[in-house]
Design a binder for this molecule. Structure first.
Ligand code: PLP
Length: 395
């Protein structure tokens, strides 16, 4: 059994550790400076200035202007705000367009609008490598949607959508265009410059800032109807006393991400992910990669190990302090293949044998070696147990 210090964290698409520099930047606003940023005294002015700096740092990461950044509580709120605002501002349009593999933060809101307010939904399919079916997308636009929402990168497979091109195509249809870029931030360059993107969502905890803070980019020409209303904060675009420490953390994480991407950090992360995949493929039989081999995030590996159940593998990895996640969810004892892998036309067997391993620039070579050895050993054991008639299942 591994000790705590041997923890190997390969679940960076679920959440990420807060970077020490981010924590350091936040600390004054969790201790000495507890002020409400709207106050009329020096302490408040300091907090307000820190928010202003963060707004510039976040804007710089996506080539936006500071006034186009609205701070929120995270990706879910940013997604929901873009949807609610678009629907409010285009009341005569009754169609919403997304893809079949959007996050529940989008799809649940879409479903609710369909059930409660009679909206029509068109969810564009993906192909077997997880890429957007572009002819189907173009066809969907003919319906004159109020909003198109397409994710920048998929959370399970890391597959990238051609978002800037999709926004360009959406322009002629008169729709608002939103992208959920929660998984892309800090992993690949993301730019809204000279694009037709009206709204972009991001979430701090996916790129080394804390949970509970995020941002919505709102193009300066797009109208935003606030979703969270209250004290008039964020220029009346998002009510609620500002989470100063969280916002400062998001700003610092954005600054660090930008510096690293400019220095080619994404290529280094990709090399690590490739080494992980290649070792697993070399040392085990019947291992398959899911998702497009090139058009994907540099940090994400979605790997199917034929003949095993991912939940069983995760239990064994957990015992060795290795954190990963499955392409399936365990509901009341039965394994449900992931919605995303199913949308790619994958068999239930392959989907339920899929594990998502997501690294970051903080993952070390030693950690990677230990993870490879443990995964190889565990898969071999599970396959042996299976041929012996036993199956390791999640409880
Ligand atoms: N969108 C995507 C693609 C995500 O992966 C997530 C988080 O898992 C979210 C939205 C929600 O973000 P948050 O956890 O900040 O609400």
């Amino acid at each position: 059994m591994a000790t705590d210090s041997e923890l190997v964290y390969l679940d960076n698409n679920a959440t990420t550790p807060i970077r020490p520099e981010v924590l350091e930047a936040m600390m004054p606003f969790l201790s000495r400076n507890f002020a409400n940023a709207s106050g009329a005294y020096r302490l408040s002015r300091e907090a307000r200035q820190a928010i202003d700096v963060a707004r510039e740092q976040v804007a710089a990461l996506i080539d936006a202007r500071p006034e186009e950044i609205v701070f929120t509580s995270g990706g879910t709120e940013s997604d929901n705000t873009a949807i609610a605002s678009s629907v409010f501002c285009q009341p005569d349009r009754r169609l919403l367009v997304g893809s079949e593999v959007e996050h529940p933060a989008i799809l649940s809101h879409f479903e609710q609008l369909k059930a409660d307010r009679d909206y029509q939904l068109t969810l564009v399919p993906v192909d077997e490598s997880g890429c957007l079916n572009e002819p189907a997308y173009e066809k969907a636009l003919e319906g004159g949607p109020a909003l198109v929402s397409l994710m920048w990168a998929n959370n399970e497979t890391g597959v990238l959508f051609p978002v800037r091109e999709a926004a360009e195509k959406a322009r002629a249809s008169g729709a608002f265009f939103h992208t959920d870029a929660v998984q892309a931030m800090g992993k690949v360059p993301v730019s809204v410059k000279d694009s037709e993107i009206h709204f972009l969502s991001m979430s701090g905890h996916k790129f080394h800032a804390p949970k509970g803070v995020g941002a919505l980019y709102v193009n300066r020409q797009a109208r935003l109807h606030p979703y969270v209303i209250g004290g008039g904060q964020e220029q009346d675009r998002r009510g609620g006393t500002e989470n100063v420490a969280g916002i400062v953390g998001l700003g610092k994480a954005s600054e660090l991400a930008r510096t690293e991407l400019e220095a080619g950090g994404d290529a280094k992360v990709a090399a690590m992910r490739d080494r992980l995949e290649e070792n697993l493929i070399r040392e085990l039989s019947d291992v398959e990669r899911n998702g497009h081999p090139e058009k994907r995030l540099p940090n994400t590996a979605s790997v199917a190990f034929k003949g095993i159940e991912a939940q069983g593998l995760l239990i064994m990895l957990d015992q060795e302090q290795i954190c990963a996640s499955a392409g399936s969810a365990c509901h009341t004892g039965s394994l449900q293949p992931s919605r995303i892998l199913s949308a790619m036309g994958m068999s239930a067997e392959r989907a339920t044998s899929t594990v998502r391993l997501s690294v970051s620039h903080l993952t070390t070579d030693e950690e990677l070696e230990r993870a490879i050895a443990c995964i190889v050993e565990s898969v071999k054991r599970l396959r042996k147990l299976r041929t012996g008639g036993q199956v390791v299942r999640a409880t």
